[in-house]
Design a protein around this ligand. Sequence first.
Ligand code: EVA
Length: 606
Amino acid sequence: MLEYSMLYPSNTPTRIAMRLDGMWKFHLDEEGCGSESGWAAGIPGSEMIPVPASFQDFYTDKETREFTGDAWYETGIVIPAAMKGERVFLRFGAATHRAEVFLNGRKVGEHEGGFLPFLVDITGTAAYGDMNRIVVKVNNELNETNIPCGRTITLRNGRKMTKPYFDFYNYSGLQRSVYLLSVPERSIFDVDLDYSICGNDAEIRYAVRTTGEGDVRIGLIDEGGVMVAEAKGKAGVIRLKDAHLWQVRNAYLYTMRITLSDGSAVVDSYDMEIGIRDVRISGKDILINGSPVYLKGFGKHEDSDIVGRGFNIGVMKRDFELMKWIGANSFRTSHYPYDEEIYRMADREGFLIIDEVPAVGLFESLVNFLDAGTGKGASSFFAKPTTPQLLKAHLKAVEEMIARDKNHPSVIAWSLLNEPESKDEHSLPYFTAVFEKARELDPQKRPRTFAMEVSSGPDTCRCYQLCDFLELNRYYGWYIKGGYEISDAEAAFREEMDRWKAKGLDKPFIFTEYGGDTLASEHKLPSVMWSQEYQDEVLEMQHRVFDSYDFVRGEQIWNFADFQTTEGLMRVDGNKKGVFTRQRQPKSVAYLLKKRWESLPLDYKG
Ligand code: EVA
């Protein structure tokens, strides 16, 4: 059980949530001496850097961009005297990949894992009505005991370098907002919600957890500001006549007002937006509120110029506008849970999210999406001395992700791994533990799945049966028989699909990755690989295959936009499979997708 509340930090009549974003002091620990040198009490130099942001792309020298080790951040805040008597926390939206937090020179907390929030209790350490110094040591090394997986090597010149087992740049730092948060001593800690829909009516089952005793009351307020239902008690059922359902691309959000009272005095009050909808898989159908949906959309990344993986509210807005323009209805948060603001926006805009835990690179290869098919790197990843530790970190990330995201109507499924090695006997117990954890923790028992690369095929994968629907990442026509061989690629693709079909699984399949790299600068008639014309041809072929199998119930192209990766022979300054450029302008394939997605009905094949 998490020792802190994962509720989104908001101001309420009883709570204060102060964003500490802005320019922070910053220092890279080149010598690895910060801890012994007492930087916890104050870091050297006068360098300043924006928070939130990745630190890598601001500077003009390569040593800073590629820095591997501890990056130290510092800021000063006056903690209002009015917060005395409350429980006071620092809340980090994410610190990639691990952090230690110090307040006024004293260690107050630490966290492992770079893509989920954590809170540090500073109630007893804070100087109220006075200046407080916050120092954070953030480490970005990769290993095989935490997710995502990779290695950290030391070059002959003594500098460290990361070797990710995944295909996105190892951006790091304080990439999401930091808050100073005060909540009452007795407070609302968590809420579980689950829905049943019956005709026009809905049943909302709720369970509130509190710290300390008190009377819990629930109020449900509609979009017009009218209180439409009320309930009392820590757990119960709210029956709502003529409920407005949250529908795909047609969202309706109620505000749930939770109060904790002592007699007539309200001790804590918390509002959250909720959407009434249910998600079920029935045979090959993915059902939202009982109606089949076909997923159209993207695998994305949090990635943009200059701020890297730092949350950028403007980029978020642009991305949603582009997704609406192109006729998408969904995305996968490949390959880690995104900033909370993105889920809030998806709730509002009616997008469906497959929420992915940062379990990527569970395959010992730097280019697993290539090597897997050749059998390289196929030694057992799940029977190493490090496996128990890895599993522990993985389960903790699943717990944190579900605790954070379970009440977003947009979240319809949990993607529990991306392209792991799933072919050997040791994978099954590991996967089973992860899948069971997700089932146990999710009050809505949403579908669970993992994304499979091509070597996890119908005859080789040992774990696909755990999935409520299958996610396939397939690059026929790109990594497999690209260019003039595309007709053979199509044949090979169909052969694989026929083998899946022969299994008679009676489950939906979603393509969570497909496509091919394309340079926005290149046009060629007739096409060659990397030209925009070829991207169109690959997609046309892949779509033709999707359309031939009724169990394919969704397509999320790789990738929404071009994104940064580690430099190397495989990538021309990043991965160029974007439908949009990194600057969020369309490649020509965007028009092809727009035409297709606008013409496919929501219940396509349903
Ligand atoms: C690619 N293929 O090759 C993508 C990667 C992605 O960026 C994959 O899941 O199979 C991976 O991360 O472009």
